[in-house]
Design a protein around this ligand. Sequence first.
Ligand code: ATP
Ligand code: MG
Ligand code: MG
Ligand code: MG
Length: 440
Amino acid sequence: MRLSRYFLPTLKETPAEAEIVSHRLMLRAGMIRQGAAGIYSWLPLGYAVLQNIEQIVREEQDRAGANELLMPTIQSSELWRQSGRYEDYGKEMLRIKDRHGREMLYGPTNEELITEIFRAGAKSYRDVPSMLYHIQWKFRDEVRPRFGVMRGREFLMKDAYSFDLDQESAHRAYRKQFVTYLRTFARMGLKAVPMEAETGPIGGNLSHEFVILADTGETEIFTHKDLLDYDVLGQNIDLDDDDQIKPIVDYWTTQYARTDDMHDQAEFERQVPEDKRVQRRGIEVGHIFYFGTKYSEPLEANVSTKDGQSVPVHMGSYGVGVSRLVGGLIEAFHDDAGIVWPESVAPFKVGLINLRANDESCRTACDELHAKLEQAGITVLYDDTDESPGAKFAQMDLIGLPWQLIVGPKGLKAGTVELKHRASGERHELSPDAALQKLA
Ligand code: ATP
Ligand code: MG
Ligand code: MG
Ligand code: MG
C-alpha cells in the first residue's frame, strides 16, 4: 500500500480531550474519529488492527469448536420481557420504537436471542454440547463513556454461548473457553489474568474476568506473581481433552486472583507470601460466565434426554471486548514516540520509507522492494511521499509498525538499506535482498 493513496490523517499536536495515552495515540495516529460521545468511526489504520484482533479471536473460537454465526444488532423487546431483563437492564439499554410503536432495543448482549435460536433448532441430547458465537457491535448507554474505544457506547464484542445437557458438561465448556481465552490474549502478546468475578446483570454463580495489566486500567487487581509468568502458548493443548484442560484451569483458579469488587485483604495475605503479592491496575478485556438454566428455563430451551425426559439446557456465555483491546494493546505497547504494535495485530508488518522520493535510484529501489514484499505476502505501507525525512520517521514511529525499511541515496550507492526494529530500536545496514530475507 502506497502512503500517497492511503487515508492516514495523523496529527502532530496532542488532542486535549484525550485523558489516557491509548486514546491520544489512536487520535494522533489517525485510527478513529468520534461521531458522538462514545461512538467512533474506524479509519483505515484503526480498522486494520480491529480486524486483526477479530481474526485472532475467531481462529481461537473455531479451534475450540465454536460455530460462528451473526445475530442482528437490533432486537425485539419480547424475549427480554420473557427473561425478566427488560426492566432490570435499566438505562444502559438503548430502547427504540419502530414506526408501528413496537419496542425494540440495540443489543447490549445476546443471551436471550441466542437461547431462542438454540431452542428453535435443537431437540434432543444429540444436539448438545454446542457452542455458538458471533462478533458483532453492541450498544450500552454508559453513564460516562471515556478513554476512547476503551469505554465506548457502541463497541465490538465477541460473544460465545455454550449449551449442554447438565452442569458437569457445561463446566467442561467453561474450562474450554477459559483456556481458549488464555491463548487468545497470549497470541496478542498480552498477559491476561483470569480473576474471580461478580456476575452482574448476566447472572449465574461461576465467573471469571480476564484482566490485562495497565496503570490506566479502571480495575484494581490483587494476585500471585507466579501467575504472571505462566506460558500458555508454549504448550500443545488438545481442547477436547478435559484431562489436559482441567489442570490448567485448576492452576489458575486455586491461586489468589481477584479484582477490587471481590478482594479480601486478610485472605490475600494468608494465601500469598509477601514477596509474591502483586497489586496493580488492569483493564477487563474478557469475561466468562456459567449461569445454568437462568435463560433456558424462562425461554423454554429444552432438549430431551436419552430416557425421554425434557430438560432445560445448561448455558454459559463468554465475552471478549474486541474494540476495547485496540486501546488496551496500545496501553501495553507504546513509548514516547508512539505505538509499538506486536506483530500479530500490526496493521502492516513493514513501513518502507523512501528518504528521497524525487531521486530516480531511490524510487526504483523502493518500488522494487514494495513489489517484492507484497508478492511475498508481507503487508507493507510504503511512504512514497515527498515529506522530509524527519517527518517520515516521526510518523512511522507514531503508527508503530514493527519494522521500518529505510532507503536513502547514500546507502544505495554502497548497496545497502537500513532495517529498524521499532520495539528495540535496533538498526541494521544490509543489502536489499538480505533485508527482504530477514522480513520473510
Ligand atoms: P465494564 O466492567 O468495563 O463495564 P462489563 O463487565 O460491563 O465491562 P461484560 O458484560 O462483561 O462487560 O462484557 C464483556 C466484555 O465487553 C468486557 O469484558 C469488555 O471487554 C467489553 N466491554 C464491556 N463494556 C464495554 C464498553 N463500554 N466499551 C468497550 N468494551 C466494553
Ligand atoms: Mg459495564
Ligand atoms: Mg466489569
Ligand atoms: Mg464483565
